[in-house]
Write a protein that binds this ligand. Structure first.
Ligand SMILES: [Zn+2]
Length: 81
């Protein structure tokens, strides 16, 4: 079993399971992600469902806490053109 990164900012509050669940969700949206438009690894989450690439300045929607698979975005892009 993989060890989960514990969130320490809540101390012992709210229960271990909830804190662990939050850790997995936060790991999914924090940091840099791959841009579906220019493939550069610098997409950050602006708000719930809103993502922005700092390289090509594209702002697009995806899931609230994680980016969808690039194939789904590509299909969406193809219908626009
Ligand atoms: Zn980009």
């Amino acid at each position: 079993m993989a060890t989960k990164k514990t969130i320490t900012r809540f101390g012992t509050r709210y229960g271990r399971t909830i804190r662990e669940r939050l850790a997995t969700i936060e790991a999914g949206y924090r940091g840099k992600h791959k841009c579906p438009y220019c493939s550069y690894n610098d997409v950050t989450r602006k708000a719930a469902g809103i993502w922005e690439c700092t390289k090509c300045a594209t702002k697009f929607t995806s899931r609230a806490y994680q980016l969808t698979k690039p194939t789904a975005v590509k299909r969406e892009q193809a219908t626009e053109e």
